[in-house]
Design a protein around this ligand. Structure first.
Ligand code: MRU
Length: 348
């Protein structure tokens, strides 16, 4: 089953907030509810929220009462603004919405409003289908970097759940496993929302890939002990120079990998590369509700004192000097990334 899919005129999404305890698929009929689901992380992971937003735009088309093309386009534009505001860091959100809007705006006046509604849905479906195909291509390039017997550190969740299907970094690991390579994965638990401990572990279990969950601060220990051969992570936005924004904690992992000479590979579909940003300091970084940090419990008790304050920065930026190579669907980019990434994205 896909993480995000269209069925019976509704958008369906696996509820990632409650996994692995419960598996539920939620249905959506309105774009505002989809925007809220993205903010609330029912759906999460850069490519998955891009696809969800594109289908959200399709819902906005069917919600619009406008019989004129211009009225419908205005409603779609307003919905696109609402959906874009749901989360700031993953560029796939804006990329997906801009892609669908560009298609409908180009043909705009030549088609009836109903034709345009269908066109939005068709483009969203196309984008979702392409995501799966792109991930599989990317996984082949990435799996070639993995040797039989490797132990890999993986951060956050980058699997089928973070995409429409298959996954980015976890997709690479999954493909290498299917190729018959014997692997072991250290799964960073990924505080505070525990995407690693909850979602990555759940996926690896289903794929039959051996893994152990480690607390985020354990990665340095195993890297220094020579127990890890490679790190694979995803990205929410990668700048033109190869600076990689990803789940908070990725930077510290990259530092420890670099210090110990362990290759560090972000797996990044070209839809996640933002060539308009020269470097990673320009990437907007989401700060979420401190409650996600303060709400953590230990032995059934809230950890923090009652009046404690917290900061909840959701992403950090790993500078390109710590990155060995960036795996894309068009191949692996190596330094200098200013040149190689552009080639991967634009083909020149
Ligand atoms: O806050 P999340 O869970 O949406 O963050 C997800 C990540 O950081 C992933 O590593 C990233 O989206 C790339 S993997 C598809």
């Amino acid at each position: 089953m896909r993480t995000v899919f269209w069925e019976n005129n509704e958008l369906k999404m696996i509820d990632q907030r409650i996994l692995p305890a419960r598996f539920e698929v939620l249905s959506y009929r309105g774009h505002k509810e989809v925007a809220h689901a993205i903010t609330d992380m029912v759906v999460r992971g850069a490519p998955a929220i891009g696809a969800a937003a594109a289908f959200g735009l399709a819902l906005a088309g069917f919600e619009s009462a406008s019989s004129s093309t211009s009225g419908l386009l205005a409603d779609l534009q307003a919905a696109s603004v609402t959906l874009k505001a749901a989360r700031p860091t993953a560029v796939n959100l804006a990329w997906a919405l801009d892609r669908v809007m560009a298609v409908v705006s180009t043909v705009g006046g030549e088609r009836s409003a109903d034709d345009l509604r269908q066109l939005v849905l068709d483009e969203a479906q196309k984008l979702a289908d392409e995501d799966v195909e792109i991930n599989k291509r990317m996984a082949e390039h990435g799996a070639a970097l993995i040797d039989d017997g490797d132990t890999i550190i993986h951060h956050c969740n980058t699997g089928a759940l973070a995409t429409v299907d298959w996954g980015t970094a976890l997709g690479v690991i999954r493909t290498a496993h299917e190729q018959g390579k014997k692997l072991h994965v250290f799964v960073d638990e990924t505080r505070p929302r525990l995407q690693g401990a909850r979602l990555t572990a759940w996926e690896l279990e289903q794929y039959g890939i051996p893994y152990e969950i480690i607390s985020d601060n354990t990665a340095g220990y195993f890297l220094k002990a020579g127990k890890v051969q490679k790190c694979f992570v995803g990205s929410d936005r990668t700048a033109a120079n190869g600076d990689v924004a990803n789940k908070i904690g990725t930077y510290m992992l990259a530092l420890a990998a670099f210090d110990n000479g362990v290759p560090f590979y972000p797996v990044v579909p070209t839809s996640t590369v933002d060539l308009s940003l020269a470097h990673g300091d320009l990437i907007p970084i989401e700060e979420r509700d401190p409650q996600e940090v303060l709400g953590l419990e230990f032995e059934g008790q809230r950890v923090a004192p009652k009046n404690a304050k917290a900061r909840n920065i959701a992403f950090d930026v790993t500078p390109n000097r710590l990155v060995t190579g960036i795996v894309t669907e068009n191949g692996v980019a190596y330094p200098p990334f200013e040149v190689s990434l552009k080639k991967m994205v634009l083909g020149k």
